[in-house]
Design a protein around this ligand. Structure first.
Ligand code: SF4
Length: 354
């Protein structure tokens, strides 16, 4: 089923490009703002400031609408999505709608749901931030062991796993360790760089404290390991964009910023398709281009009269950033640009599942 969906997604993207039509072909959806952890680097400060969530009826109605609009893939995230009591029903509903699905989780509750969701989820993205000491310091004491258990649970249930690490000062030196662990576990490793935090529900604050040089060294090490065949997910082009990023104190570039760059640096940028081919639904229903734009735009909400369609169309009237150093979002942008290497990589990730 997944491979067929992948082909469908590719043809929809191609169709959208040829026709110039925008549609939410991919949706990243925070189905809850609640979380059972309080991680220091969390961009959403979940569990502290974002507790509103949509009810089951609104969610299923939106999934129906998404299917009609052409959505082919939904990534379920949060907060921690597995804290929702009806998460298995939501997953079953998306699966029945024939969409490809990823689940981003901290792994604490995976054991409770693995059996129920194993035939419906195409990829489990598990958060792991470093050595046991560093991971537990960032998250909570004892959580590292829970992630190790979650990896085993996922494997027993034949769920495909990606270990996802967010780079901050505490774990910058753990890149080699994380890659080795992924190798030992027979899974892939993914790295991103921390982004600024949501403060309350509508403001952001700068979250990066380290120097540009420190980030560049870390990204350089990821690129080096990847070139030696380490199982690191995400395309070289995205890491290269991050490596050449003007300064990490600005996570996004707007049109005017890009015009000021030298031509060689402009060439390293990955074009943004957020709001054109994919979007983000935050826990209370706000529809944004991506999670990094939450609170920065006068976005619509799926609860408004126009539903998902109206809120998505509203994005086309807004002016926002054109590129960002965020490796995860840039991979999505590469897929939406039908970059062949990125498309093949994602395809390979889903091959063999189902
Ligand atoms: S460039 Fe695009 S993906 Fe990046 S933060 Fe801006 S809207 Fe989101």
């Amino acid at each position: 089923m997944s491979l067929i969906n992948k082909v469908r997604l590719g043809s929809s993207l191609l169709g959208s490009k040829l026709s110039g039509h925008s549609a939410p072909l991919i949706i990243n959806w925070a189905i809850t703002g609640k979380c059972n952890l309080r991680c220091t680097h969390c961009y959403g400060s979940y569990g502290r400031v974002q507790n509103e969530e949509l009810n089951f009826d609104t969610i299923t109605k939106t999934i129906d609408e998404a299917r009609e609009l052409g959505t082919k893939r939904i990534t379920i995230e949060g907060g921690e999505p597995l804290v929702r009591q009806d998460v298995a029903e939501i997953i079953a509903y998306i699966s029945k709608a024939g969409m490809e699905m990823s689940l981003c989780t901290n792994g604490v509750l995976l054991g409770r749901y693995a059996e129920k969701i194993k035939d419906k989820i195409d990829l489990v993205v598990l958060s792991l931030d470093g050595t046991e000491a560093h991971h537990d310091k960032i998250r909570v004491a004892g959580n590292f062991k829970k992630v190790m258990e979650a990896i085993e649970t996922a494997k027993q249930n034949k769920l495909r796993v990606l270990l996802f690490s967010c780079l901050i000062d505490e774990n910058m030196a753990d890149i080699d360790y994380l890659v080795k662990l992924a190798e030992e576990k027979g899974v892939k490793s993914a790295f991103n760089i921390a982004v600024s935090k949501l403060k309350g529900t509508d403001k952001r604050e700068d979250g990066l404290k380290l120097s540009d040089e420190t980030y560049r060294q870390a990204i350089g090490r990821v690129i080096e390991l990847k070139s030696k065949g380490a199982p690191i997910y995400y395309s070289d082009r995205n890491f290269n964009q991050a490596l050449c990023w003007p300064t990490f104190s600005s996570e996004k570039l707007f049109g005017a910023d890009i015009e000021k760059l030298q031509a060689a640096q402009r060439k390293t940028l990955v074009r943004c398709f957020a709001g054109k081919h994919f979007c983000y639904i935050e826990s209370s229903g706000g529809v944004y281009p991506c999670y990094q734009t939450v609170g920065t735009l006068p976005a619509g909400n799926i609860k408004d009269a126009g539903g998902l369609k109206g809120a998505f169309e509203k994005l086309s009237k807004l002016d926002y950033c054109k590129a960002c150093y965020n490796v995860t979002l840039s991979e999505l942008n590469l897929q939406c640009s039908l970059d062949i290497k990125s498309v093949l990589k994602v395809g390979a990730n889903y091959l063999g599942k189902k």
